[in-house]
Write a protein that binds this ligand. Structure first.
Ligand code: ATP
Ligand code: MG
Length: 497
């Protein structure tokens, strides 16, 4: 499939400017670029989501245009969306076969549908109950359902928009094995990612977008990662993150014997967890998916209604946290992993989303001051380079990574004593990641106590002073910075067999 001179504008921004892209049968073409470079927009055009654009699409040398996504699927083009588009109150099986349910005597044949869904999931190494509602699944599992759905069509060109951003290591490995088998069947794959190591692992060709223009194409073996990053950013990145030395202060947060029976979403539980975080310290929390990382944060933050056992001390004083409001009052902030459902009001502006969790700061004489709100937004728009035409732009019109930057800003504004970050850089480009690392370091330097969950070992090792590992709802080990090695940490996080 070929895209020729594709251009697309939105009010205030030229998202794509005469972009060419070629994808070949049996090959993986990676598309990379900074947040807001135009990757998702281009994929939306290839897959029939957007029908108005300039330029042309060619399939087997023939010009094609699509009325909608169904039209594109008919000729074999299927997309795995970056922002998942599943129906929350429907089951896994219903979502996969939405609008084309197998019928028997004119009625939906649930048995066949569920069986087919089960088979598809199994290929992806997932044995979830296909009758479960999407809303009861964690984001990583939802991602797998989205992938299964795309595979359930007869595909010739499969577009994957950041498929691994919410997956665990083992799920990623299963996906890569699957991609190899799809390649062997002659399927062309377009693969978007911010994880540069995935280029060498999975891609044959790479196309780099910058500010809506294609600035480079190359076979992967003929280009280095450094060259790709340079093309993406438009300059050499020299100011890579280097952690500063800082002395830790007094114990700020102390958790004692925290236990949680079972959480609705993943069935995970927590067993007598105890740890401390000091002021000016960054504590990394590493564990595989399902280890209970998110549950631990949620429990500390008062998000689980089932009473959890255990005690929480802040600055030496015992505090009771039964709701997120209590947590915020006690000086905590939580940046959650699922930005779309937990964090953003999509049709509100960037400025309002940023002020939402600390609205008191921008209230003057009893009303929200738009001027103050915008001033505050401008600071973060610049600091994190949130690509947008103004701070009044609704968040829904931002690219995925830029939405994540708004979430991060929103919680930083609350100026918490204790900051809990759950996968803070998911979907964020290489350059902006560095900015976030620097910001975390700066905040710690100013005295904040920070706990970070990340599935990326190099990331957590770069930013943490200390790392604790979690496995099956229990803390398994602890490492100081001088003890960090990938092997040790990974070993401590794996279930012992
Ligand atoms: N519906 C929309 N309305 C207005 N502007 C939009 C819309 N969708 C995208 N944009 C803008 O178009 C540009 C390209 O966005 P796009 O989502 O394609 O980026 P991306 O490369 O996928 O980024 P990311 O890595 O963050 O996902 C951005 O400036 C974005 O704000
Ligand atoms: Mg995108």
């Amino acid at each position: 499939m070929k895209a020729r001179k594709i251009s697309k504008s939105f009010p205030g921004v030229r998202a794509l400017n005469e972009v060419d892209l070629e994808v070949c049968a049996g090959k993986v073409t990676a598309v990379v670029g900074e947040n807001g470079a135009g990757k998702t927009t281009l994929m939306n055009i290839l897959s029939g989501v957007y029908t108005e654009y300039d330029g042309e699409l060619l399939l087997d040398g023939q010009k094609v245009s699509f009325q909608d996504t169904t039209d594109a699927r008919r000729v074999g083009i299927s997309i795995i969306h970056q922002e998942l588009q599943l129906v929350p109150y429907m089951s896994i099986a219903e979502n996969i076969f939405l609008g084309r349910e197998p019928l028997k005597l004119g009625l939906i044949d649930y048995k066949t549908m569920q069986e087919k869904a089960r088979l598809l999931l199994r290929k992806l190494g997932c044995d979830a109950d296909v009758r479960k509602k999407i809303s009861s699944l964690r984001i990583g599992q939802q991602q797998i359902v989205e992938i299964a759905k795309a595979l359930s069509f007869d595909v010739r060109v499969l577009i994957m928009d950041e498929p691994t951003s919410a997956l665990s290591e083992s799920e990623i490995n299963t996906l890569f094995v699957l991609i190899h088998s799809l390649k062997a069947k002659g399927i062309a794959i377009v693969y978007i990612t911010h994880k540069m190591d995935e280029l060498t692992l999975i891609a044959d060709h790479v196309t780099v977008l910058r500010d809506g223009c294609a600035v480079g194409h190359s076979p992967v073996h003929k280009i280095t990662i450094a060259e790709v990053v340079k093309l993406m950013v438009g300059r050499d990145i020299k100011d890579f993150f280097v952690k500063k030395q800082h002395d830790k202060g007094d114990v700020r947060l102390k958790i004692e014997n925290l236990s949680l029976k079972k959480s609705g979403k993943s069935g995970a539980f927590l067993e007598t967890i105890s740890f401390k975080v000091h002021a000016s310290e960054v504590l990394g929390l590493y564990g595989l998916m399902g280890a209970g990382r998110t549950e631990l944060f949620e429990t500390i933050f008062g998000l689980h209604r089932t009473p959890a056992a255990g005690t929480v001390f802040i600055d030496g004083k015992r505090v009771r946290i039964n709701s997120p409001e209590d947590a915020v009052k006690a000086g905590m902030a939580l940046i959650p992993e699922d930005r779309k459902n937990d964090s953003l009001v999509l049709n509100m502006s960037i400025a309002r989303n940023i002020s939402l969790a600390s609205i008191g700061k921008v209230i003057r004489n009893g009303v929200v001051s738009k001027t103050l709100e915008q001033k505050q937004a401008e600071v973060y728009r610049e600091k994190l380079n949130i690509k947008s035409y103004s701070s009044n732009q609704p968040v829904i019109k931002l690219s995925g990574g830029n939405q994540q930057k708004v979430v991060v800003s929103k919680w930083l504004v609350t100026d918490p004593k204790i900051l809990l970050l759950d996968e803070p850089t998911r979907g964020i480009d290489v350059n902006a990641k560095n900015e976030i690392y620097k910001l975390i370091d700066e905040l710690a330097l100013q005295g904040m106590a920070i706990v970070v969950v990340s599935s990326e070992l190099p990331e957590i090792m770069a930013i943490s002073d200390r790392i604790i590992t979690l496995c099956g709802g229990r803390l398994t080990d602890e490492f100081t910075r001088s003890e960090f090695t990938e092997e040790k940490i990974l070993k401590a996080a794996l279930p012992s067999s």
